[in-house]
Design a protein around this ligand. Structure first.
Ligand code: ZN
Length: 392
């Protein structure tokens, strides 16, 4: 029997509508960072992207592979991941690196971004839905600065616009002296006329050899936290489901980014959940370009399967810091072969992805999901390999 025609002439479905989703309640089952994060329709994820001035190391890879896994788990639970991963292509570190090599900063950034994208593709990280570049959002930073001034949350000083940061610092749980130390670690020096060391620049004047844009406060460039605040707000709206990044971004970067959007938009919280992936260390010290304490993704991929590198990054509690050791990557190679063998068995558990997906939805418990996959084999193991993109 054909569907009845509605009075408007559009074919409608009267009565019972066929199911399109075998388990529609699953999207409500996500637990993230220790608390439920129910979703309908979409997961809006803002993940803080790179400053493109150097090669991709294992710390970057961990950040973006985990964000990719979160998006994949959301998709598996029946919601569409909408991933916004920015590129911070206006940054003094980038300008200095480009100048040192005799390149225009924008051209240098594009080259580095290409290499980063190549590493991400090799690690099977899906391209983000949105990839805003700071350079294309400078006018949104000017709009943000104007909104903050109007809200009384910022003030102008000699070509700067400073955001009043004391409430953000107080709300972060980081003490004032620790806040100052962390801010300085990221190159923010409080000797430029700001009222309070907790305040941060939304806009700042540029020297002759620095990138500069016109603004009501003179030629200048955005502050770092303001760049991400403006990119996130203009692309995702005034609130996101998840704000994610490496552990070192929790403070000051994400604390100020969220506080700026909240103060200017009146919508709070900016992020329903903040997620900070555990720091990757080498010989006990943070992996960082600035210290040269690095393991490069390209070097690992020259000798190992991408799936093994992904498994090394994911098969652990996501919030805990960890040390990279070559023997652990060898162990991940062996574990991967065990999973392939398990996937080839007939399987002992339910003939679907349920038990594995339940573990993943419970705070991205990959070690738990791997244990279920190895124990049950068959469909469980195949589901784990598919969702986490560990296929051969
Ligand atoms: Zn950011």
């Amino acid at each position: 029997m054909s569907a009845p025609l509605s009075p408007s002439g559009v074919v409608g479905l009267a009565g019972r509508v066929p199911a399109v989703d075998s388990d529609p309640v699953r999207s409500g089952a996500l637990v993230l960072a220790g608390a439920p994060l129910p979703l309908t329709g979409a997961l809006h994820l803002y993940t803080c992207g790179i400053t493109p001035y150097d090669v991709t190391h294992l710390g970057h890879a961990a950040t973006f592979v985990w964000a990719d896994a979160l998006a994949a788990v959301a998709r598996e639970a029946g919601v569409t991941p909408v991933v916004c991963r920015n590129v911070t292509d206006v940054d003094d570190v980038l300008t200095d690196a480009a100048t040192g090599r005799g390149w225009p900063y924008d051209e240098f950034a594009l080259t580095q971004e290409f290499l980063f994208d190549r590493d991400m593709a090799a690690l099977r990280v899906a391209a983000p839905t949105h990839a805003p570049h700071a350079r294309a959002h400078v006018r949104h930073v000017v709009q943000l600065a104007a909104a903050l001034l109007r809200a009384g949350a910022a003030y102008e000083r000699e070509g700067h616009v400073f955001f009043r940061g004391a409430p953000a610092v107080a709300g972060s749980g980081v003490g004032e002296s620790e806040a100052a130390r962390l801010a300085e670690e990221f190159g923010d020096r409080a000797d430029d006329g700001r009222d309070d060391p907790c305040d941060v620049p939304v806009w700042r004047p540029s020297a002759e050899d620095q990138p500069a844009w016109p603004s009501p406060w003179g030629w200048g460039r955005p502050g770092w936290h303001a760049e991400c605040a403006a990119m996130a707000w203009s692309v995702c709206g005034a609130s996101v489901d998840v704000l994610a990044g490496g552990a070192d971004l929790a403070f000051p970067h994400h604390a100020y980014q969220a506080a700026m959007v909240e103060a200017a938009s009146g919508v709070a919280p900016f992020a329903r959940r903040q997620v900070h992936w555990g720091e990757v260390r080498l010989d006990g010290a943070k992996m960082a370009k600035s210290t040269g304490n690095l393991v490069l993704v390209a070097d690992l991929l020259a000798e190992h399967r991408p799936a093994a590198v992904r498994l090394l990054l994911l098969d652990r509690p996501w919030a805990e810091p960890w040390d990279y050791r070559a023997e652990d990557l060898q162990a991940a190679e062996r574990r991967l072969d065990e999973l392939y063998a398990a996937a080839g068995r007939p399987g002992a558990g339910r003939p679907d992805a349920g038990p594995v997906l339940d573990r993943l939805l419970h705070d991205l418990d990959v070690p738990g999901a791997v244990a279920v996959a190895l124990d049950q084999g068959g469909a469980s193991a195949r589901a784990l390999l598919r969702v986490l993109k560990l296929d051969a």
